[in-house]
Every structure is written in C-alpha cells, then in structure tokens.
Design a binder for this molecule. Structure first.
Ligand code: ATP
Ligand code: MG
Length: 192
C-alpha cells in the first residue's frame, strides 16, 4: 500500500505528475480540483458553492472539503489498487489532520508527500499559458495572485508539518515533465 500526497503551489504540475504516478505504481487518483470542476460543469449544488470560492482564488471551507473527500474515499475503498494519490488535498493543516484520521479508520496512512518546488515566476507563466489553452476560469492574473497568496498563508505550512513527520520528499519541479517524473519514480521505487 502506498498512499501519496502530491503537494505544491498552484500550477506546480500536480495533475501532470499524478498521471505518471498512477500508471507507474497502480494508484487511484483523487484530484479535488478536478472533482470540483466536474461539479461546476454539471451545475450541481456543490458545484455552485465551489464556483463561488474558486473563481475568487479562495479555498473551499475545510468542513465541506473534508466531507467531499471522505465521500470520495468511501467510494473508492472497495476497488483494488496499490493506494491513492491525493492531488490538491490537503491544502490546510486541519485538512491534513482530517486525512490522517480518515486513513486511520482503514488502518492506512500517508507514505510520502511529494513536494513539487517551482519558482514563482515559472508558476505564473504556466498558469497564464494554461488559462489560454484550457480557459480555466481561475487561470487569470488577478486570481492567480490571490491563489498564490492563499497558498503561502494556508498551504505552505504543510511542508514543515510533513517534514517533521519525515514524510516530505522535496522535488525540483522546474525541469521537464519527464525529468521530474523519472526523479520521483526512482525516489519512490526502492520502497515500493
Ligand atoms: P495544479 O496546477 O498543481 O494541478 P492548482 O492549484 O492549479 O493545481 P487545483 O488543485 O485543480 O489547482 O484546484 C483548483 C481550485 O479548487 C483551488 O484554487 C481551490 O479553490 C479549490 N480546491 C481544490 N482543492 C481544495 C482543497 N483541498 N481545499 C480547498 N479548496 C480546494
Ligand atoms: Mg490540478
């Protein structure tokens, strides 16, 4: 069992690297960002609430987000896999504590937090580019700035939180997609 968190600032490449890792290690992928965007495009109740936060670059409140995540885990628990890769969750310390408790209920835990570390000007460049290609509503310069603020205030402290637990794997996320995924795979493979 290898449950991973893929961690880093907005635009750091969490989704892209997750795609590689689920194939390499046979993991389930839970992306809270994709999940919420799916709800928004379907116009569900959750989607309407999520949109009001995402479009401002804010986080969905912890209690709601934890409920959504718990539901998602419950749905996946019976299907076979070697573990789960959590992409975009946790984003706050209370979310990290909730995840720990949820996993404990299944006698499971987080194995490694893969931290993609990318220079801020590169992050902004990538998100602007993505906004042009995908039309993602939150990939515009004003919302990007707010997301980076929120990241530094509320999400970045998780780095020390997981370092103290000895679970944080620092990854230079500035290179090419292949370089980064090869680095992560070789760092994880011996323990798998
Ligand atoms: P990346 O480009 O590295 O894949 P991202 O930060 O650009 O990541 P998503 O992870 O897709 O984007 O998240 C998009 C938005 O969804 C966030 O800005 C936030 O508003 C909301 N969101 C996603 N996950 C959470 C969470 N765990 N808690 C609160 N809000 C969340
Ligand atoms: Mg993403």
């Amino acid at each position: 069992m290898m449950n991973l968190v893929i961690f880093g600032a907005p635009g750091c490449g969490k989704g892209t690297q997750s795609e590689r890792l689920i194939k390499r290690f046979g993991l389930h992928h839970i992306s809270t960002g994709e999940l919420l965007r799916d709800h928004i495009s379907r116009g569900t109740e959750l989607g309407k609430i999520a949109d009001s936060y995402i479009s401002k670059g804010h986080l969905i409140p912890d209690d709601l987000m934890v409920r959504v995540l718990a539901h998602e885990l419950e749905e996946k628990k019976d299907s076979a896999s070697n573990g789960v890769i959590f992409d975009g969750f946790p984003r706050t310390i209370p979310q990290a504590i909730a995840l720990e408790n949820l996993l404990k209920e299944h006698q499971a835990e987080i194995h490694t937090v893969v931290g993609l570390e990318v220079d801020e000007d590169e992050l902004v460049k990538r998100m602007i580019q993505r906004g042009k290609e995908s039309g993602r509503a939150d990939d515009n310069i004003d919302t990007i700035k707010e997301r980076l603020n929120v990241y530094h205030q509320r999400t970045a402290p998780l780095r020390d939180y997981y370092k103290k637990q000895g679970k944080y794997l620092a990854v230079n996320g500035n290179g090419t997609v292949d370089e980064i995924s090869e680095y992560i795979e070789s760092a994880l493979a011996p323990q798998n």
